[in-house]
Ligand binder design. Structure first.
Ligand SMILES: [Zn+2]
Length: 341
């Protein structure tokens, strides 16, 4: 198991320096343009875009991310502090899906770190399949639930103030976590420092170019940064990673990329990305509310949500614990298809 340098209780303290949001975290430019002034639920939220590379972020940051995630995030988004059965069911289905996406890359007994391990569903699955899974989760309620329900190795806290030794992991995953980081470029450098050479980094984030969200739902208070394919890849390349796989799955709402740690360290890559500012600005500003409601997206999304609610409620009621739900869903994984060497 990887060694933590700061397993003391004070590791829950937020880092002392929160990066300024007036400078682009990717290319360093201070030239930006306002992209939107409202966030989800019509809350005021100033979103800007870098004119040199197209990185999109909230300026100023609307929340103190550390305090916010530790205590409030789950309550605000799910209305609960520890996971309800229907949420476990949904997260467990997502975990099986995520595992299926990565199983061709995973090797037996790999040490995998999940940053933002939530209720622990993905880690539980990895452990059961023989991988050495480790998690970091800022929300105390979720982390404690996952430790007690599944006996998982989870550190409560933030990656920003957790130290791992070199060569601690073969894979690191960030499923819908990277957009919440206050200094994503630093996070990538940090992961680079403790991943083995040749190790893999998996990142999934919302796609700022999506057309399946209503314009008023595109920017969230909790998402400090917004990416398209180009800004996500370039940021990782600057930290020394090479892109191995990239995808915009399903309805185009998310970006998923897999990176490999090069042995040579950070490369001389330019932060600026020609044409990306114009491209994103064009897509976002042309995405009007009226156009959105003339497309099929809002209707199919509502229909899917209603269907999902009924199926999760019905299915999760059959089980008495999170462990039962996960064990049941894991039967769908074809273990013979896993790499044996
Ligand atoms: Zn920039």
């Amino acid at each position: 198991m990887p060694v933590l340098d700061n397993s003391k209780p004070d590791s829950l303290e937020p880092p002392k320096t929160i990066s300024s949001s007036s400078q682009c975290n990717l290319c360093g430019s201070t030239e930006y343009d306002v992209l939107s002034k409202v966030g989800k639920g019509n809350e005021p939220l100033n979103t800007v875009i870098c004119k040199k590379c197209g990185l999109v972020w909230s300026h100023p940051f609307p929340v103190d991310p550390f305090n916010y995630y530790q205590k409030h995030y789950r309550i605000r988004y799910k209305g609960t502090f520890t996971p309800k059965k229907k949420h476990i069911f949904r997260a467990a289905r997502a975990a099986v899906g995520r595992f299926n996406l990565l199983k061709h890359l995973l090797k037996p007994r790999w040490r995998v770190l999940e940053v933002g391990s939530g209720g622990g569903e993905f880690l539980y699955l990895l452990n059961k399949l023989g991988y050495d899974a480790f998690g970091i989760e800022p929300n105390e309620g979720y982390a404690e639930y996952a430790r007690s329900e599944y006996r998982l190795n989870i550190q409560t806290g933030f990656l920003q103030n957790t130290q791992f030794e070199e060569n601690s992991f073969e894979m690191v995953t960030l499923w819908h976590v990277f957009e919440h980081m206050d200094n994503p470029a630093d996070i990538l450098k940090k992961i680079y420092s403790f991943l083995i050479t040749g190790g893999l980094l998996v990142i999934e984030v919302p796609n700022v170019e999506t057309i399946c969200q209503s314009p008023n739902n595109t920017f969230h208070t909790a998402h400090l940064y917004n990416f398209n394919q180009s800004t996500l890849s370039r940021m990782a390349e600057l930290a020394g990673f090479a892109v191995v796989e990239k995808a915009i799955p399903g309805d185009g709402g998310n970006i998923r990329q897999v990176f490999k740690k090069n042995g040579a360290g950070p490369r001389e890559v330019q932060g600026e990305i020609d044409g990306n500012f114009e491209r994103i600005k064009n897509i976002v500003t042309r995405r009007t509310t009226l156009k959105h409601y003339f497309s099929h997206y809002p209707y199919s999304r509502v229909l899917n949500k209603v269907r999902q609610w009924f199926s999760e409620k019905g299915a999760s009621n059959r089980f008495t614990s999170g462990r039962e739900i996960l064990d049941h869903l894991m039967e769908k994984i074809d273990r013979n298809s896993l790499s044996q060497d």
